[in-house]
Design a protein around this ligand. Structure first.
Ligand code: AHR
Length: 502
């Protein structure tokens, strides 16, 4: 049996979790929109064509912010195609994913869907194939009250009140050569600066996310951030970063260590932002928007076989395993432990495309394995993230040394006097006896414990077995004079909640 100790003190904090840390992402990609959130012919569709079964699951995840419309899609998108009378909207070749886009769903439908899903939009503008003018026109269409061509067009389209969209991304993954309109850092930095200036002139209350690197292994990582911030530091509020992990080599210990690489990426990106601040001798601190993150690799081969130029083809439909849920849980723990600087994070994506929610077009919707850690952290991760003094045995992988078997985050809610411990045991074969020192807390009297585990790390949920992998309640978390004691099963995700209530 492995043993590990955590010591906590409510005065030793990392920061409060921003609700926007629990965000999602809907892209015009595969069946995310058509057959996912929007399917007018589905028996569960409402009068707007939104699937109410999907809405219920999205609400369960409680995602306060949702990025839209891409992703790579946005870099070839004409937003004007997706507004106004549906019968006049053009069909287009969608070059990013080699599909046909009908434009039946666009910005106004997304805003309406967000209201139903109890989320708010994080809209990306196209800085791939378009310019700063197209971006500011979209801000004017969405946010200006009336009396101008673009705002009056919105009113003519049936939306008399401005949408008041606060959060905007200045393009998507502009460092990637796969991106439509890919640019070098100087060219992108200048364009992002021009777009930021004009968008903020239209509406000074908006907040802007500038593109950082689309991965830590990008050859331009580091230099990209410094050069882009050279042009945009004073105008933007957040820098983005993206990451996806996979396990094509079937090396589970290395896969379970990926959340630590995510932490390295965050800390390096913070250092780059702070170097840009130091160069300006300013106290302004840029915050991070981790606006794409997830596990993504199961669908790679299958996607290569999809015939191009279909409407809503099945792309990116990863069917997630128990093992993937552990990694997603680990990534959530990493995000919590960087709550001082990561203020926005979007699980990529929300429905059907690398998503916690799957549907069959015309059929049911169900929770994938990764739904469960996402739901746990969204429900119980709001509060103050505590610093942890951790003692845990470690292991090495080819990519990283000294990976602690225990990966944990602790969130204190002083109002409810509730402490939540999120913990992964990354050992595949040994239980881990955890002791959490709580000497500075009020006495806790109750502990609840939920576990996600399966004897088969390849176990999945599907239409016919939607709850094969689902959280179980465990007994045995004990509050003793020296703190909390619990034995975590091998390869398990654990949520232990302590409260002072009887
Ligand atoms: O989320 C899927 C894709 O991954 C997005 O379109 C792109 O930004 C990233 O490469």
């Amino acid at each position: 049996m492995l043993t590990a100790q955590l010591t906590l003190d409510p005065d030793f904090t990392i920061g409060d979790t921003d609700p926007r840390l629990f965000g999602g992402f809907i892209e015009h990609l595969g069946r995310a929109v058509y057959g996912g959130i929007y399917e007018p012919d589905h028996p569960a569709a409402d009068s707007s064509g939104f699937r109410t079964d999907v809405l219920a699951l999205v609400r369960e995840l409680d995602m306060p912010i949702t990025r839209y419309p891409g992703g790579n899609f946005v870099s070839g998108y004409r937003w004007e195609d997706g507004v106004g009378p549906r019968d006049q909207r053009p069909g287009r070749l969608e070059l990013a994913w080699k599909s046909i886009e009908s434009n039946a769903f666009g910005t106004n439908e997304f805003v309406q869907w967000c209201e139903q899903a109890r989320t708010t939009p994080l809209l990306a503008v196209n800085l791939g194939s378009r310019d700063a003018d197209a971006a500011r026109h979209l801000v004017e269409y969405c946010n200006h009250p009336s009396g101008t061509a673009w705002s009056d067009l919105r009113i003519a389209h049936g939306f008399p009140q401005p949408h008041a969209i606060k959060h905007w991304c200045l393009g998507n993954e502009m460092d990637g050569d796969w991106q439509i309109g890919h640019k070098d850092a100087t060219t992108y930095g200048r364009l992002a600066r021009d777009a930021a200036r004009s968008m903020k002139l239209v509406d000074p209350t908006i907040e802007l996310v500038v593109c950082g690197s689309s991965g830590r292994s990008m050859p331009t990582f580091g230099q990209w951030e410094l050069e882009v911030l050279e042009h945009t530091f004073d105008l933007v509020d957040y820098l983005s970063l993206h990451t996806y992990y996979g396990n094509p080599a079937q090396d589970t210990p290395a896969f379970l260590a990926k959340p630590d690489l995510m932490g390295d990426f965050i800390e390096e990106t913070v250092a780059l932002c702070d170097a840009a601040a130091a160069k300006r001798a300013t106290r302004k601190r840029l915050m991070l928007a981790f606006d794409e993150w997830n596990v993504w690799f199961h669908s790679w081969d299958q996607d290569k076989r999809v015939t191009p130029w279909q409407m809503a083809p099945p792309l990116g439909e990863d069917v997630y395993t128990m093992e993937d849920a552990l990694v997603v849980g680990g990534m959530l723990i990493t995000l919590l432990n960087h709550a001082d600087r990561v203020k926005i994070a979007c699980l990529a994506q929300t429905v059907n495309v690398i998503a916690p929610i799957m549907t069959r077009t015309g059929g049911p919707a169900w929770r994938q394995t990764i739904f469960h850690p996402v739901s746990h952290v969204s429900r119980f991760g709001r509060g103050t993230v505590l610093r942890q003094a951790i003692q845990s045995p470690t292991y090495d992988t080819g990519e990283r040394e000294s990976v602690p078997y225990l990966h944990s985050a602790c969130v204190w809610d002083p109002t409810a006097a509730t402490l939540t411990v999120f913990a992964l045991n990354r050992s595949l074969d040994e239980p881990l006896a955890l002791q959490v020192g709580l000497r500075a807390f009020p006495p806790f009297s109750a502990a609840t414990w939920q576990v996600l585990r399966d004897d088969d790390l390849r176990a999945r949920n599907g239409e016919h077995e939607p709850d094969r992998v689902a959280p179980l309640t465990r007994e045995g978390a004990q509050i003793q004079p020296d703190g909390l004691h619990a034995v975590l099963e091998p390869a398990s995700w654990n949520v232990i909640r302590l409260s002072t209530a009887p």
